[in-house]
Design a binder for this molecule. Sequence first.
Ligand SMILES: [Zn+2]
Length: 264
Amino acid sequence: MKTNILFILAFTLFGNFGVIPTDKTELIWGNTGHRAIGEIAASHLSKSVKRKISELLDGQSLAMVSTFGDDIKSDNAFRKYATWHYVNLNDDETYQTSKKNPKGDLVTAIAKCKEVLLDKNSTKADKVFYLKMLVHFIGDLHQPMHVGRLSDKGGNDFKVQWFYNNSNMHRVWDSEMINSFNMTYSELSRNTDKLSRAQIKELQKGSVIDWVNESKVLAQKIYASAKKDENLRYRYMYDHFATVRSQLQKGGIRLAKVLTEVLR
Ligand SMILES: [Zn+2]
C-alpha cells in the first residue's frame, strides 16, 4: 500500500518529464538547445544591437525568451503558429521545389518576423512578440529533424530506443542527446569550438532557404544513421553529438546575423 502511494506521488511529480508537451506533428529542440543558441547568439552581437534587444525584452536574455515559441503552444489563441516551427522536405526535394504548406512553415515564419521587426510602424508589442518567435525559429531551423520527411512527421514516427527507453529520432535529436550529455545551456554555450572570424563569416553566409536545404541534407544522414526500433546508446552519442554541438553553435552565430540585420 505504501509503495503504491509513493508510486502515485512519484508519477504525479515526475510522470510528465521527458514527454514532449505538444501535438504529434510538432517538432522542438528541447529547452536546453534553444537556450544555448540564444546565449551563443548574444556573444556575437554588437553593444548597440544588444541594447535594442534589451529595451524590447525589458532586460530579459535571448536564452530566456528562446523557448517562448513552444511555451505558447498550450494556448489555443496561438494555434495558427503550429506549422511555423518546421518545414517538411522529402528526400528528392529542396525548399524551392517542395509543395508549400498554406498555413506557413519555418521559412515564411522567419520572413514574417523579420518584416515586423523592420517595419517602423510596428507596435512595440508586435516587435516583442515576433522577436521572441524569431529567436525560437532560427533555433528550430538548426535542429535537422525540423526539416525531416512529412511521412514520419520529421522523425516523430521513426521509433527507436534511447538507452532502453522508448523514444523516436526526432526526440533523440532535439533533447535526448543533449540531456544525456548533461551540461546546462550556459555550460554548452561557454564550451563551443573556437572559430576564426573568417569561419564565423562563412557560417553567416547564405539565405534562410540555403540553411533549410542544409538542414535537410543533415536530416537525410540522420535517417540513415539508425534502424527502426534500434536501441541507441553510447556509440550513437559518440558518433553524433559533435553534430549537435556544431548545430547549436551555427544556430547561435546565424541568429546573431539575423538579429543584426533587423535591429541595427
Ligand atoms: Zn519550435
